[in-house]
Design a protein around this ligand. Structure first.
Ligand SMILES: [Zn+2]
Length: 159
């Protein structure tokens, strides 16, 4: 079965008898699900799998950008969102990352990390904000174009 993925070229579903598994192999993502499991359970499994992936990536990349900018994030979470890649609470210095970033390249995640961190010192997307983006990530416009060229949708697995 071939599925639309967004992130990987091909997803494939196989049926197994043990627990559900998602394995990345080359540019393929292979999902092994228990026979008899219902679509909702599979979607749940895939979503949580992506969440784990994203959390690892944030934990790996956030400290790098905190160090570079000198801005400290006091807490972050992943969340399924349909209209934005990230959001933040300036007062609490908290960031929410869109779960769908798990399907994007680490560069995309780094762009969102930097963008949200900079909101801790600049609320608006004004000249000041843009100059800070330019300073820390001169190529950010390219990444933004890449992100905005992709429609936000749910990681649906029509299995
Ligand atoms: Zn913003």
């Amino acid at each position: 079965m071939v599925l639309d993925t967004g992130g990987y070229v091909l997803h494939q579903v196989e049926y197994g008898t043990s627990k559900n598994m998602l394995v990345l192999s080359g540019n393929k993502a292979i999902l092994t699900v228990r026979k008899g499991s219902v679509a909702g359970q599979r979607d749940n499994f895939v979503r949580e799998w992506y969440r784990g992936l994203l959390k690892d990536e944030v934990a790996r990349l956030l400290p790098k950008w905190e160090k570079l900018t000198g801005l400290k994030c006091d807490g972050w979470q992943t969340k399924y969102m349909t209209t934005r890649w990230g959001t933040c609470n300036m007062a609490k210095r908290k960031i929410w990352f869109n779960l769908q970033l798990a399907k994007k390249t680490p560069k995309c995640l780094e762009y969102v990390i930097l963008h949200e961190l900079l909101h801790f010192i600049e609320k608006n997307h004004n000249e000041h904000f843009l100059s800070l983006m330019d300073k820390y990530m001169p190529y950010w416009r390219e990444i933004k174009r890449e992100l905005n060229g992709q429609i936000l949708d749910f990681m649906e697995w029509h299995v």
